[in-house]
Design a protein around this ligand. Sequence first.
Ligand code: SF4
Length: 352
Amino acid sequence: MGILPHAHPVWGEGYLFRIGGGLATRPHFSIPLPRFIAPERVVPVLLGIATLFRERSELREKRERARLKFLFLEHGWTIDSFATRLEEILGEPLPLLEEIPPFPMARREERDHLGVHPQTDGRFYAGLAVPGGTLSPRLIGHVANLAEEFGRGEIRLTSQQNIILPGLALSSLDAFEKSLSGSGLTLGSGFSSRVVSCTGKTFCRLALAETKELGERLAHTLENAFPTLESPPYLHLSGCPNDCGQMRLADIGLSGVQGKNGDNGAEDGFDLLVGGSGPEGIAISRRTGVRLLKDQVAPFVTRLLAFYRENCKDNESFRDFVDRTGTEWVSLLDRGTADELRLFSEGLAVRS
Ligand code: SF4
């Protein structure tokens, strides 16, 4: 369930609900519920949706199918039949929205919140990149001290696994920036701010691969290899297909598998996906057919980005590049000959 604010010209301030979104092996974008939800109805509607979810026996048959999205994907439900059943449960109709109002989403880069930016109250907030999305006890202490010394004692976490410290005074910004040096936290938007990993094998019993350390190493390798890349692509790692790391919404996604390393037996591996994006221009990443052992990930992604940088046009983003060129070149990088790759690049140069 997603809840978005909405100001209706007649009914005033309220909310729009979106239903049935999810990633994992069957990604599905949430569908807007064509009803206006007044603030006082939010909790009853949430309870109504939970009741609807609980009563559906078709969602109880398999644990991995116990998601609202499967009503739409596999059981023939539409958003109208969903709204009708919800209203029956609530015992009253909800105001019908004839049209779903557009809801402009901020560009992904804008949602990173990195750097220092003004607030509406004359103070500033700082978005800090956390390498690997992991805070050691030492770093947690440092962040807490920064929040108390320079901010208002508040720390916010972002979906990109970075942090925001609000409430900084203009007069303290220089001292604040100096206190970051050597801490491992930065205000910049390099690769380390754009790598997201689920907990992987470190903490998750479902994991097929370790993700946190690999993500950090990957960011480090790419930062050294491409220090001037203007807008680094987003790289997301999930330790299994459940996709808590949201690899299906990343420019480059890595999905943990149990790989095989010849006579050395089982080893952590990853399926490579490209071309995902969210939330503006949201798109699900595509499987490339390339499977990598963990030690092959950083070298291969480095080759991948080198190919992108050599062949992109007019600073197009990685996502636009994939949209224009498809994914054939990714498997050519993996299994093709140098000649095949050269011919492919020449073909790209003349393709509009
Ligand atoms: S994606 Fe898989 S491995 Fe990662 S946290 Fe979720 S369930 Fe665990």
